[in-house]
Ligand binder design. Structure first.
Ligand code: MG
Length: 396
């Protein structure tokens, strides 16, 4: 464990040893030995902690493998070098683990949450979520974050003893980032904090902000590479402009690729350091003794400084205006939505076309929800193929 973590523990004077393996964790970090447990009781893992077991279950799940062919912003076949949901999730895990280690939080839990956070994403990125939500308006709606929880709680079906992956409470708490009060009531214990307005663990808060650091930066990278973002316009955004100047002075990049990378690596580093320092300050000020002290705190403990929060929000607004609403992205959104809507219509109007496996899910969850789950689980490529099979009379 990094020297930095021991430093925090020594200064706070609250270091406690739960076991040899987790002795360097802060007292407010998630401790697998004190987990609220799993819905279905299981024997403790051998040679792994409960959160390592959670992480391994995610990595071995079918939903995780499918992330490789799901779009982040760009449709998968637009180019091999753009981020997919899988590479995005790996970047989130990397950033989150770095910060977790500095703050003496539980790296295994933070990694589990980071790797699982996008499991419920539809094909074609946010375009998919909007259209599925419209299709499901009369049937309970669709929200990708809730769907991530549904994947790990219900839709993975390879264990004989239970549906889903039977993850620990702390992993499920971290995956569920937002939730309406009505839905929270349905979800029971894991939805409770949305009724009480309390916070999740520091690990969950961290995974959420690491997600934002990852996508803001890699979307700039992909957007510039795709020719959708303009370098000069980006330099007008304070955070980007400042590091563009610093990178020019310090690194004197010779190619466009180097110029892009030298700026982005500095922005990521700046946000990581800022987030770590501000969070450390908040954690010390709060002086929580346990994870429940984090949950009951008046404000989140993982946060940027005020300036970094403002600058990051400004960068996000720029990306909304210039990248996510770029006509080329909107055109691919339009096509993607049409593909998903038409598959949904075909299967809900003619359920006899469904495979035996999905037909079984219809028995369990009802027609619309089963078709929605099926669609949400598709990769970009599979959805395009399925649409062809359903609507092109020349295809079998
Ligand atoms: Mg994400």
């Amino acid at each position: 464990m990094a020297r930095f973590s021991r430093h925090i523990l020594a200064r706070s004077g609250r270091a406690r040893c739960y076991s040899a393996r987790v002795s360097t964790l802060a007292p407010y970090a998630a401790d697998p030995a004190r987990s609220r447990g799993r819905v279905h009781a299981e024997a403790p893992p051998q040679m792994r902690s409960e959160y390592q077991r959670d992480r391994d279950r995610i990595v071995h799940s079918a939903a995780f493998r499918r992330l490789v062919y799901k779009t982040q912003v760009f449709v998968n076949h637009e180019g091999d070098l753009f981020r997919t949901r899988l590479t995005h999730s790996l970047e989130v895990a990397q950033i989150a683990r770095t910060i977790a280690r500095s703050l003496a939080l539980n790296e295994d839990l933070v990694e589990t949450i980071a790797l699982a956070h996008d499991l419920g994403h539809t094909p074609f990125g946010h375009a998919g979520q909007e259209v599925l939500n419209r299709c499901m308006r009369e049937h309970g709606g669709f929200e990708h974050n809730l769907q991530s929880l549904r994947v790990v709680d219900t839709l993975e079906t390879k264990y004989a003893g239970f549906d889903g992956l039977n993850l620990s409470f702390e992993a499920r708490e971290g995956i569920l980032k937002h939730c309406s009060r009505a839905k929270a009531r349905e979800l029971g214990e894991v939805g409770q904090r949305f009724l009480e307005r309390s916070h999740p663990s520091a690990e969950a808060q961290l995974a959420n902000l690491a997600d934002e650091i990852a996508y803001n930066n890699h979307d700039i990278d992909d957007g510039l590479r795709a020719g959708l973002l303009d370098w000069e316009a980006l330099c007008e955004v304070p955070l980007f402009g400042r590091f563009a100047r610093i990178a020019q002075e310090q690194a004197a990049p010779r190619t466009r690729r180097q110029r892009r990378h030298e700026v982005i690596r500095r922005i990521i580093n700046h946000l990581v350091v800022d987030l770590t320092r501000e969070s450390q300050r908040r954690l010390e000020a709060l002086g929580a003794d346990t994870i429940d002290g984090i949950r009951a705190a008046g404000a989140p403990v993982i946060a940027y400084s005020e300036q970094a929060a403002q600058e990051s929000a400004e960068l996000k607004r720029f990306l909304h205006r210039h990248l996510y609403s770029h006509p080329r992205v909107l055109r691919s959104t339009y096509k993607a939505q049409r593909v998903l809507r038409e598959i949904f219509e075909a299967y809900t109007q003619a359920p006899e076309l469904l495979s035996a496996e999905v037909a079984q899910a219809v028995e369990a969850h009802g027609l619309e929800r089963a078709v929605c789950d099926y669609l949400a689980g598709m990769t970009d490529r599979y959805a395009l193929d399925e649409h062809e099979r359903l609507y092109n009379p020349r295809r079998l």
